[in-house]
Write a protein that binds this ligand. Structure first.
Ligand code: ZN
Length: 232
């Protein structure tokens, strides 16, 4: 399973259909296309194309739904680079990834702003590739986990090399946090943030062994059950 993939709808090089076919070939059970929603940071989905994007992935669901589960996601750059004030309802989008939450280096808005915004959405809201050990270094992890549970905000284990430090993925640098998190009903998703290398479709093993080692299976199942609610 891989819940973080970019396509030609934003800054990826493959169309959603090529990605879906390749995922089927590699016997992947579930994938999500998660293109960038409007941001000045990178090629991204303009608001006026949102419906076309959703319809495109829905059509693939119809065509390949027997062979693979396909989810519709979006990644939102939670910073002044995005028009956060005017985000739409995101109807029919199965979950939303928010990147750079509380990330000073990337001008990310603080978590409390997301708590406010989150109330607008019913689908899962997930912190994408967050470097917890840096962005939340002054925060008590139990308090953070409690806030995430009560406001229903999940977190992603992102296996992409861009989100490592000294070859360690950010989630492995935050083991203390995840040891606390397993006591809370906080959804955990997994993804490789693929843009241009189809081999990255399957490069999520490390995240799944982390889930196993850290006993986070219930958190991952929670994500699966929540995200499936919004699938047609
Ligand atoms: Zn991404």
């Amino acid at each position: 399973m891989n819940f973080h993939l970019h396509s030609t709808w934003s800054d990826g090089v493959y169309t959603p259909e090529i990605i879906v076919k390749e995922a089927i070939k590699r016997k992947i059970d579930k994938i999500a296309i998660t293109d960038h929603y409007q941001t000045s940071k990178t090629a991204s989905l303009p608001p006026k194309y949102l419906k076309m994007y959703v319809d495109d992935i829905k059509a693939l669901r119809k065509k390949y739904g027997e062979e693979i589960d396909i989810y519709i996601g979006l990644e939102i750059d939670f910073s002044p680079r995005t028009d956060i004030e005017n985000l739409p309802e995101f109807e029919d989008v199965d979950f939303l990834l928010f990147e750079y939450v509380q990330d000073e280096l990337w001008d990310g808005y603080p978590l409390w702003m997301l708590l406010d915004l989150r109330k607008k959405y019913e689908q899962p809201v997930i912190l994408a590739h967050n470097e917890i050990s840096r962005n939340f270094r002054d925060v008590d992890y139990t308090s953070l986990a409690r806030v995430m549970e009560s406001d229903n905000i999940g977190i992603e284990l992102n296996t992409n090399y861009n989100y490592t430090k000294l070859d360690m993925p950010y989630y492995r640098l935050a083991e203390d946090f995840f040891a606390v998190l397993r006591e809370f009903k906080v959804p955990i998703s997994v993804g490789s943030d693929m843009h241009d290398d189809l081999n990255e479709l399957a490069q999520v093993e490390d995240a799944f062994s982390f889930i196993q080692d850290m006993k986070l299976e219930d958190n991952f199942k929670l994500f699966l059950s929540e995200v499936s609610k919004y699938e047609e």
